[in-house]
Design a binder for this molecule. Structure first.
Ligand code: WQD
Length: 337
């Protein structure tokens, strides 16, 4: 059984669907603080299979111990975390508690276990900050975090690196996501931001359905071709498939205990204006947007060098920006219908 923490979240739900499609047995542990149980039904409609589910506060050590006592956990994909960069600046203590205590509780259970337990950590390109060179490889130096959120991802990776050196039965892969977007082709699962979305693509699709008057582009005076920031937007289904490849690698590596890191992106960057143009192309609509001031904390450009994931995991993103944007748009229209 594969434990997927935060499995009702955006990337967690798509990864659970990919695991079920590979006939893996999945147990989702989620505290529903930023997700809804309805996603379970969406996963079942998308795949024809339903994962097991337990509502759980992973910060509660006793509950985590009970989880391991009640289930034969043979692998862990740890998504559960708060992930809003801006919010983390205003709520640092909650972010450090929520994004590290569950990780420690999981590791303490692994330490007690006799079994080798493959562990995949949901990390982020945020750990690089403003990279010195592009595209960004895994060897890019880690910069001091620009937000408590980014720092919790750096701390999580450091905890796991030290833990793999101490625990014979732990091997870990940290996956550094670039910008996940889009929705499952079944249109039964997708991004469900609670409240006003911070991220670009859900804000675009919500503006197009009339939830917002207009999109504000946060600055067009950056040193980029069209003046707007550049990011590596990766289809969430491609991202989910990378987790399957990482799990297979760990399951085949049961012989040793190691710590590896992979950047997960498409390998190409698109500007904010190019994403808007993509949306207008796939939807046939004109998006109402205005140019506003820069947003604090934004890096100018970030896109992945994907060679390591291609060579070692045998994984490469396949979907284009237009395909990802089209799936996000179909999902937005569905949930608002
Ligand atoms: C993308 C671009 C904005 C909204 C964050 C986290 C990262 C990961 C993905 C968790 C930027 C611009 C956005 C808007 C805009 N999350 N933008 N108007 O900041 O690259 O990454 O989400 O792991 O860790 O840092 O993503 O979608 O917020 O912004 O102009 O209303 O869109 O300035 O250039 P970001 P984003």
């Amino acid at each position: 059984m594969i434990l997927v923490t935060g499995g009702l979240g955006f990337i967690g739900a798509h990864t659970t669907a990919a695991l079920l499609e590979k006939n893996q047995e999945v147990l989702i542990a989620d505290d529903l603080s930023n997700s809804s149980k309805e996603v379970l039904n969406g996963i079942e409609r998308a795949t024809g299979k339903k994962p097991s589910f337990v509502e759980l506060d992973l910060k509660n050590k006793t509950e985590v111990t009970q989880l391991f006592n009640n289930h034969k956990i043979q692998g862990i994909i740890h998504f559960a975390a708060f992930k809003a960069v801006g919010e983390s600046v205003h709520k640092p203590i909650e972010y450090y508690e929520n994004n590290t205590v569950p990780l420690l509780n999981l590791l303490l259970e692994i330490k007690k276990s006799e079994r080798k337990i493959p562990f995949i950590f949901s990390s982020s390109c945020t750990v690089y900050g403003e990279a010195n060179s592009l595209p960004i490889t895994e060897e890019e130096p880690i910069k001091p975090a620009q937000s408590p959120y980014g720092n919790t991802k750096q701390i999580g990776e450091e905890i796991l690196l030290d833990a793999t050196q101490a625990l014979e039965n732990l091997n870990v892969i940290s996956l550094r996501y670039f910008n996940p977007i889009g929705a499952h082709p079944s249109n039964e699962i997708g991004e469900l931001p609670l409240g006003t979305p911070q991220n670009l693509v859900p804000f675009i699709t919500q503006t197009a359905v009339g939830l917002h008057k207009q999109l504000t582009v946060f600055g067009n005076d950056y040193p980029t071709p069209d003046g707007t920031c550049v990011r590596d937007y990766i289809h969430v289904v491609d991202l989910a498939k990378a987790h399957i490849a990482a799990l297979e690698r760990l399951e085949n590596q049961l012989g040793d205990h190691s710590y590896e890191v992979f950047n997960l992106g498409t390998g190409s960057g698109n500007s904010v204006l190019e994403v808007i143009a993509s949306f207008e192309r796939v939807s046939g609509l004109k998006l109402n947007y205005t140019i506003g001031p820069r947003r604090n904390g934004d890096v100018i450009a970030a896109y992945a060098d994907t060679q390591k994931a291609e060579k070692v995991l045998g994984w490469k993103a396949k979907q284009t920006l237009d395909q990802a944007i089209a799936s996000a748009w179909a999902w937005e229209q569905k949930i608002r219908s």
